[in-house]
Write a protein that binds this ligand. Structure first.
Ligand code: MSP
Length: 537
């Protein structure tokens, strides 16, 4: 944003996911980005910030049109069915708390897209020209000949898209072009003045090098099919699906419609995107905005790919695993946690059922779940479920207090600022390990046998310390695992004592002693049941 000197008014922390193609049902890869955005926005809400989280669907273009044709329905019918039967239900199932869901076939979007493009045309940013080149329908993108790979086997002798591994089509069209080539220097200036604009570093370097080689003007209309938004001054053309799609980030927050909403929300603080669509977001999108005098986003954060058998996970190589197959076995919370925990955001990662099972059992069930149930059980057994006061705190307790403060600061920096989910989650789970170690050393079950006032004071102090530590853990894990965090919150009697979990501020989570003595601690349901038991159910 430094490049335009723009400051948002009233400032909502605005995060977006890509809008997904609805040619098929969502898979693990789509859910990965959407869960990441949900965790990031829940985190910022818990900082007490005003937040806007947007997701949606990309419904125009040749890819959708062909899929609908194959199924013998109109593209609109196809999209309506997929959105209502597959996409929205999955986000609900995964507890995605998006503030809006935009569909590019909605009038609130299409009308504004026309206005935006008309504006560019009026400003002389668009001209008519011809283009011939290899096009990948999977990517909905013209490819540079140098980017293509040679086909083998059934595709021998043909040139393939490096992402979809399918033959490209040679297209020749008279189109409208956006003068993208003129924006190279301004874009480089943007990357220079805002080094965090593209994340991670490797993605930034790739984009900078690409732009340095010189940009070509961009074809922004198509005339060989009509499933799209019509070009307002020449209705034989529809607007290129990527221009249409990128504009969702503006149309969904009131561009040309609700100035107040737009001023307080736009531009996005973070566009979360898969690395496959980084160039659209880090090059074309800011150039479009510059051309129309609008502010550019704060950051484009690219996630790596979930891989299967060494390939980007996609509809065709999913090996049949749906998000629901995993949630029915591991639970929704564990699902949300696993991919962010196991894969460093920005890097590629392979999914394996075995790895998920091992981490679930050791980190969620044993380290975390057991700690929660042991502490609740001991407060029940030794103090009738009423949280005792810590009157005999010493060195060991101070170390736990410091551990919590450190976990809060680190998780807040990593998740909230750096979008490093793995680092943030690890900080919390290191603290969980520390608390487990503390209990192992303090042996409250042995101290309980000492019925002297000193012995009972020690016991009370140990259990208070462990419960208060868990209070902090529940707050920190709430954005990642809202269901089990709420269960823990309830089990600690924290709702009655401190109010709703979502209202707890991250900034306060490390303040020691918030959970009051006398809170009613109950042993709730096991947070992470053993997997074998779940299978038998
Ligand atoms: N419709 C465009 C995006 C337009 S945004 C203005 C599109 N859609 S898509 O359905 O193909 O979804 C792309 C996004 O889904 C990726 O950018 C990524 O965020 C997510 N993923 C899809 N497959 C993925 C993996 N295998 N791994 C990780 N993320 C993946 O492109």
């Amino acid at each position: 944003m430094a490049a335009t000197g723009y400051e948002k008014q009233g400032a909502a922390y605005y995060v977006t996911t890509p809008i997904y193609y609805v040619n098929d049902a969502p898979h693990l890869g789509h859910a990965y980005t959407t869960v990441a955005g949900d965790v990031l926005t829940r985190w910022h809400r818990q900082r007490g910030e005003k937040v806007w989280y947007l997701t949606g669907t990309d419904e125009h273009g040749q890819k959708i049109m062909r899929t609908a044709e194959t199924h013998g329905v109109t593209p609109q019918e196809w999209c309506d069915k997929l959105v209502s039967e597959a996409w929205k239900p999955l986000w609900e199932h995964l507890d995605i708390a998006n503030d809006d869901f935009i569909r590019t076939t909605e009038k609130r979007h299409t009308d504004r897209v026309k206005e935006f493009v008309q504006d560019l045309y009026d400003k002389g940013e668009i001209y008519k020209g011809g283009y011939e080149g290899p096009y990948c329908v999977g990517c909905e993108e013209y490819k540079l000949p140098g980017d293509l790979i040679d086909g083998e086997g059934e595709y021998a002798g043909q040139k393939l898209c490096p992402i979809h591994k399918k033959p490209v089509e040679l297209l020749k069209e008279e189109n409208y072009f956006f003068k993208l080539s003129e924006y190279g220097p301004k874009l480089l200036e943007l990357y220079e003045s805002n080094p965090g604009f593209i994340q991670p570093e490797s993605a930034r370097n790739e984009v900078v090098n690409f732009v340095k080689q010189g940009l070509q003007d961009l074809s922004i209309s198509r005339s060989t099919f009509d499933w799209g938004v019509k070009v307002p001054w020449d209705e034989k053309h529809v607007i290129y699906v990527w221009i249409d799609a990128l504009l969702n980030y503006a149309t969904a927050v009131g561009y040309n419609e609700n100035p107040e909403k737009f001023a307080s929300t736009f531009p996005a603080n973070v566009h979360l995107v898969g690395k496959d669509i980084l160039r659209f977001h880090a090059i074309i999108w800011p150039a479009m905005l510059m051309a129309n005098g609008l502010p550019v986003p704060g950051r484009v954060a690219a996630n790596g790919w979930l891989m299967v058998g060494g390939e980007k996970m996609s509809k065709s190589n999913l090996t049949g695993i749906k998000p629901q197959d995993l949630t029915s076995h591991f639970g929704v919370d564990a699902y949300r946690w696993y991919f962010l925990r196991a894969i460093s955001f920005g890097q590629d990662g392979s999914f394996s059922w075995e790895d998920f099972s091992v981490r679930y059992t050791s980190e969620l069930a044993n380290d975390y779940g057991n700690l929660a149930s042991r502490v609740a059980a001991m407060v029940g057994k030794y103090f009738g479920g009423s949280l005792p006061e810590a009157t005999a705190a010493g060195e060991a307790e101070r170390a736990v207090q410091e551990g919590l403060a450190k976990a809060v600061a680190e998780a807040d920096r990593k998740i909230g600022d750096e979008i490093d989910f793995q680092g943030g989650i690890l900080a919390v789970f290191d603290f969980v390990k520390q608390v487990n170690g503390y209990l192992t050393e303090q042996e409250p079950w042995k101290v309980a046998k000492d019925t002297s006032p000193e012995g009972q004071a020690r016991l009370a102090t140990i259990l208070y310390t462990a419960a208060e530590a868990l209070r902090g853990v529940a707050v920190l894990l709430n954005p990642v695992m809202p269901r089990t965090s709420q269960a823990l919150w309830d089990s600690l009697g924290a709702e009655a004592a401190l109010g709703a979990l979502a209202e707890q501020r991250v900034q306060d989570a490390g303040t020691w002693g918030l959970l009051p003595a006398g809170a009613t601690v109950t042993k709730g349901a096991v947070l992470f049941p053993r997997l074998e038991e779940k299978k038998d159910q």
